[in-house]
Design a protein around this ligand. Structure first.
Ligand SMILES: O=C(O)c1ccccc1NCC(=O)[C@H](O)[C@H](O)COP(=O)(O)O
Length: 264
C-alpha cells in the first residue's frame, strides 16, 4: 500500500533536483547569527517547552490558514511564550517555502526548526542557509545508513536534530544514534488517525534512554497537555491548533498554565 509518506518522498526526490540547480544561492546569504539551541532551552525550562508551528496546509486537513503571514504569526508565537518555532518548508503538500523560514528567522530570537521530509544533504544546506537551528529527520523515511549520514552531516553544520518516530521499531533505530531530541509523532501516516497513546506507549523507553521527548501532532486541549506531561514529555509541537486559534494568546497561555499546574 502506498502511504502519504511514500507520496511525499517521491515528490521530494523531484524537488531535490531543483535544489541542486539553486545551489548557487547558498553562496549569496551568509548566516552570521549565532545558532540557538533548543536542547539548552529544554534543559533550562521549568515547564514543558512549546514548539509552535507555522503550518499553512497539510495532507490530512487541506488548507488550514493559507494566507497567514509568517512574520506576523512568528511575532505572536514569540510574544505569547513559544520556546521554538517550527516552519514547514515543503511546498507540494504543505504549501510552505524556505522563504517562510527566512522571514521567521528575521523576526524572532528563538530556535527554529526546519520541518521538512529530509532525504538528502542539500536540504540540510538549504535549511541552514535560510536560518534553521534544528532539522527534522523522520526515521520512517530513511534507512539506517542514510539516517546516520544525515544526522552526522546536520550536527557537523552545527544544527540540532529532532529525530521523529511513530512506533517502537523506529524508536529502537533512533536510539542507536546520538540524537538528544526524540519526537514522537502521534499521527499515523497511513490512516492520519491521531492518538496520544503513541506518546504514552513510547515514553518509558525514551525516558530510560536519557533523551528528551517531544510529543508531536494532535495536541489541542488542557487534557492533551496533562496526558503528555504525565508520561514525561519535555516538549510539545503544535501546529493546527495555534494556526486556527481565534484567540492565540489565550490558547498559548492556557497551555503554559496547564503545564505549570501539572508539573509543579
Ligand atoms: O499534518 C499532516 O497531515 C501530515 C501528514 C503527513 C505527514 C506529516 C504531517 N504533518 C507533519 C507534522 O508532523 C505536524 O505538522 C506537526 O506535528 C503538528 O501537528 P498538528 O499540531 O496536529 O498540526
Amino acid at each position: 500500500m502506498t502511504t502519504i509518506l511514500d507520496k511525499i518522498i517521491a515528490k521530494k526526490r523531484e524537488t531535490i533536483e531543483n535544489l541542486y540547480k539553486r545551489k548557487e544561492e547558498l553562496k549569496t546569504r551568509n548566516q552570521h547569527l549565532k545558532k540557538k539551541s533548543f536542547v539548552e532551552k529544554i534543559k533550562q525550562a521549568d515547564t514543558l517547552a512549546i514548539i509552535a508551528e507555522f503550518k499553512r496546509a497539510s495532507p490530512s486537513k487541506g488548507d488550514i490558514n493559507i494566507d497567514k503571514d509568517p512574520t506576523e504569526q512568528a511575532k505572536m508565537y514569540e510574544l505569547y511564550g513559544a520556546d521554538a518555532i517550527s516552519v514547514l518548508t515543503d511546498t507540494p503538500f504543505f504549501k510552505g517555502t524556505y522563504e517562510d523560514l527566512a522571514k521567521v528567522r528575521e523576526t524572532v530570537n528563538l530556535p527554529i526548526l526546519c520541518k521538512d521530509f529530509i532525504i538528502d544533504k542539500i536540504q540540510i544546506d538549504f535549511a541552514k542557509h535560510f536560518g534553521a537551528d534544528l532539522v527534522l529527520l523522520i526515521a520512517a523515511a530513511l534507512d539506517d545508513e542514510t539516517l546516520d549520514e544525515l544526522y552526522t552531516y546536520a550536527t557537523k553544520l552545527g544544527l540540532e536534530v529532532l529525530l521523529e518516530v511513530h512506533n517502537e521499531e523506529e524508536l529502537d533505530r533512533a536510539l542507536k544514534t546520538d540524537a538528544q531530541l526524540i519526537g514522537v509523532n502521534n499521527r499515523n501516516l497511513k490512516t492520519f488517525e491521531v492518538t496520544l497513546e503513541t506518546t504514552e506507549k513510547l515514553a518509558r523507553k525514551i525516558k530510560e534512554s536519557g533523551r528528551y521527548m517531544v510529543s508531536e501532532s494532535g495536541i489541542s486541549t488542557f487534557e492533551d497537555i496533562v496526558k503528555v506531561t504525565s508520561c514525561g514529555a519535555n516538549a510539545i509541537l503544535v501546529g493546527e491548533t495555534f494556526m486556527k486559534a481565534s484567540d492565540l494568546e489565550s490558547k498559548m497561555k492556557e497551555m503554559k498554565v496547564a503545564v505549570k499546574a501539572e508539573i509543579k
